[in-house]
Design a protein around this ligand. Sequence first.
Ligand SMILES: Cc1cc2nc3c(=O)[nH]c(=O)nc-3n(C[C@H](O)[C@H](O)[C@H](O)COP(=O)(O)O)c2cc1C
Length: 208
Amino acid sequence: MDQTNDLFEIIRSTRSMRRLKADPVPNALLNQVLEAGTCAASGGNQQNWKFLVIRDPAIKAAAGAFYYKGWHEVVGPRYRAGGSAPGTSQESFERMLAAAEHLADHIHEAPVWIVPCLSGPRGSGASIYPAVQNMLLACRALGLGATLTTLYLIHGAEAEAAMGIPEGYHSYAILPIGFPRGKFGPVRRAPLAEVVYDDSWGKAWSAE
Ligand SMILES: Cc1cc2nc3c(=O)[nH]c(=O)nc-3n(C[C@H](O)[C@H](O)[C@H](O)COP(=O)(O)O)c2cc1C
């Protein structure tokens, strides 16, 4: 299902969609995504956020070069040296790495980026990531592909300068968004029994 309003179906299938078509994203859809972002909670409801929408190819190319550098010099080699992620086979981990590399090479070709920012010194991002997740879920609901990316922060100062983010603000992600080339499918995660404890640490949760 490309579009759905079933919240749990949306949650279970909001995967990183790293291979995107170049077709532009209509403003009506972007508005819905941005509105979902601004519905999120922030500490004290301060909403110290700005959302920079970037469609200008020159800006995406300039900032995307730092993403490319971060992936090829640091993050790609690090993941390749490690094992697969919990709940995923080696094969699907390798597919994820190939998709991540594709994104690193093509992030500037995503038709639109949303760059969520907060004012003040760089912090945990606890007051912006709820908005980020809302936007990812909204993209999924509308049939748009997106990925939460942060690896550009390895060269964060340079990337933020390329995006024109002023002093006093920091970005917390780049969300490259577009219509996906592939199909949405279920996320792959470790089962509850491995990650949920019941009353005492280490006692596996069992719903029975
Ligand atoms: C804090 C955070 C940072 C991430 N940064 C990147 C990134 O820079 N590049 C990327 O391709 N994916 C990035 N991801 C996406 C994760 O790799 C992805 O969500 C994870 O592999 C699970 O895959 P799925 O989203 O397809 O279920 C990030 C996710 C989170 C939560």
